[in-house]
Design a protein around this ligand. Structure first.
Ligand code: PHE
Length: 529
């Protein structure tokens, strides 16, 4: 306000060292006062109310020793004051003098007082020669303290510097003039033109803040992909680059038929009990499956066939039609495989599988028969995958939820072997960044042989199970209508496990559900290896 008022009355301020800041203890022209003024000038400059020019100065300030001289007199004055006048008392010896005025003052002061003719030697001591002195050093230091310089000039300043009583300091002072938005009001400039300003006419006299085109602006608040979605995309890309087509997996609700029976899971299997599977109460029953296929599946379960003895346990139609939340995406794979085999059963090519695989199934003529292929039995090789949600009636803990995602790959071709499955999985997991894999014989009701997949986890320093796989049983494939030489292998894994490992999450409830940290989701990297 002081700056603005002065500008208003005198048009400009030629030297800010003349300003006395109200309520400030530092004297006008002092270094501290100029620092305070600079702060005010910059704030006024940002609103273009003023313009200023900086001038550099070299000024002097007292050292602590210099300040002591201002208070107690110079060293030479202190020496003089400590002595008795000649003839009036006992001369002080050098050690006695040191005791009174201190080492430093005695050392420096003695010589100077001598030179000025203030003291003289008497015997082995010192006495005063003059009754009064003028302590010019003290006076000079006072002048430096209040003005930052000396009228006496550089020679004296250099002397005081040599005595380490003052030091040089760079200083600044300013000349100030009015800026484009000059006004004596320090009210904050407006940032918005409002309806009120327009109607009242206040806009005419208001000052407006200029747009700052250099400003970075507020960070935009865009959407962010959840880690599960990022890893899903990554895995989906691996499947796609390996030539797989994505199966539709939108039916979370399946029948016991597709989830279990078509896969040759016995109707008495513990996985089908309510502790493991969520059943629907309304509606509770699916429509009956395709009758001839249902009959074949039922017969295979009960009495065997296709080289199998079957389970030789009673078959229940009610069990097969129970609606449930699918416990694995293999339910969707089974229904897709059934569609893939449509032509093998002598039916029309299934439209859905045709759309998934792209283009129409080629008919094998004598010209395009592959080596070893006999007649066109309607079979079309397929590589299919899915990544979607499954549900299990499990007790929830740090690593289990009642719903999670399964990643599943299925390959159907003639004469596939277990080595093909293992080879596929090695390539697949390597693309996921997992090189060190091992396979362990396992049991699945629908695959034989079955393999569990283990990966070495360097952070945990142990082998962890990462998936399950196998060759689908003939009891599952042949009732669908696949020719005998067609083998189908598949593997499945959860999406959550690799995601947790990648993002270093050890409690699944911080990955899914209300405890998910939105900030964590926004800040987690897109890809982690
Ligand atoms: N469905 C199996 C599971 O839930 C995974 C699997 C898929 C196994 C395909 C073999 C073949 O773990």
């Amino acid at each position: 306000q002081l700056v603005l008022d002065l500008l208003e009355s005198s048009g400009q301020i030629s030297d800010t060292r003349c300003l006395t800041i109200p309520g400030q203890s530092s004297p006008a022209g002092s270094h501290d006062a100029q620092i305070t003024i600079l702060g005010a000038l910059n704030s006024l400059l940002s609103r273009e109310m003023i313009k200023y020019t900086t001038h550099e100065t070299l000024s002097h300030v007292l050292t602590p020793e210099g300040a002591q001289c201002v208070l107690e007199g110079s060293h030479e004055a202190r020496v003089w004051a400590a002595l008795h006048t000649k003839g009036e008392g006992k001369p002080l010896t050098a050690p006695e003098l040191k005791k009174v005025v201190g080492d430093d003052a005695a050392k420096v002061g003695q010589g100077r007082a001598f030179k000025s003719g203030w003291i003289a030697k008497e015997g082995d001591g010192f006495v005063k020669l003059v009754p009064t002195i003028e302590d010019t050093t003290q006076l000079d230091l006072r002048e430096v303290d209040s003005t930052g310089t000396l009228k006496a000039g550089e020679k004296t300043l250099a002397d005081l510097r040599k005595r380490k009583l003052i030091i040089q300091r760079k200083g600044q002072w300013f000349t100030v003039e009015k800026g484009a938005n000059f006004s004596t009001s320090t009210a904050k400039p407006e940032t918005d033109l409002t309806v009120e300003m327009l109607t009242s006419g206040a806009w005419k006299t208001s000052t407006f803040k200029k747009y700052n085109f250099e400003a970075e602006g507020i960070p935009t608040n865009g959407g962010a992909l959840h880690p599960l979605l990022k890893v899903r995309e990554e895995i989906r890309n691996i499947f796609l680059e390996m030539g797989f087509a994505e199966m539709p997996t939108s039916s979370f609700v399946e029948s016991g038929f597709w989830c279990f029976d078509a896969l040759f899971v016995p109707q008495q299997h513990p996985a089908r009990e309510v502790q493991d599977t969520f059943y629907l109460s309304d509606p509770s029953q699916s429509l009956p499956p395709h009758a001839p296929y249902l009959a074949t599946v039922a017969r295979t379960h009960e009495h065997g066939g296709f080289g199998s003895t079957g389970y030789r346990a009673p078959w229940s139609d009610a069990e097969t039609r129970k609606l449930l939340l699918r416990t694995h995406t293999t339910a969707s794979s089974a229904s897709m495989l059934y569609k893939l085999a449509a032509k093998c059963r002598g039916e029309e090519v299934d439209e859905e599988i045709d759309a998934v695989l792209g283009g129409s199934a080629k008919t094998k003529t004598a010209g395009n028969l592959g080596k070893g292929e006999k007649t066109d039995d309607g079979f079309r090789p397929a590589k299919l995958f899915s990544i979607d949600r499954v549900f299990r009636n499990e007790t929830m803990d740090a690593t289990h939820l009642a719903e999670f995602h399964q990643v599943e790959g299925v390959v159907a071709d003639r004469n596939l072997t277990l080595a093909d499955l293992i080879g596929f999985m090695r390539v697949f997991f390597k693309k996921m960044g997992i090189e060190n894999v091992r396979f362990k014989p396992a049991y699945n009701p629908y695959t034989e042989p079955s393999l569990e997949i283990f990966a070495f986890h360097p952070m945990l320093d142990k082998w962890v199970e990462i998936g399950n796989s196998g060759m689908f049983r003939p009891e599952m494939l042949e009732p669908m209508g696949f020719p005998k030489d067609v083998r189908v292998h598949g593997w499945g894994l959860s999406l959550e496990r690799p995601t947790m490992i990648r993002y270093g999450i050890n409690n699944i409830r911080t990955l899914v559900g209300h405890k998910v940290s939105i900030e964590g989701v926004e800040n987690s990297p897109a890809v982690i290896f």
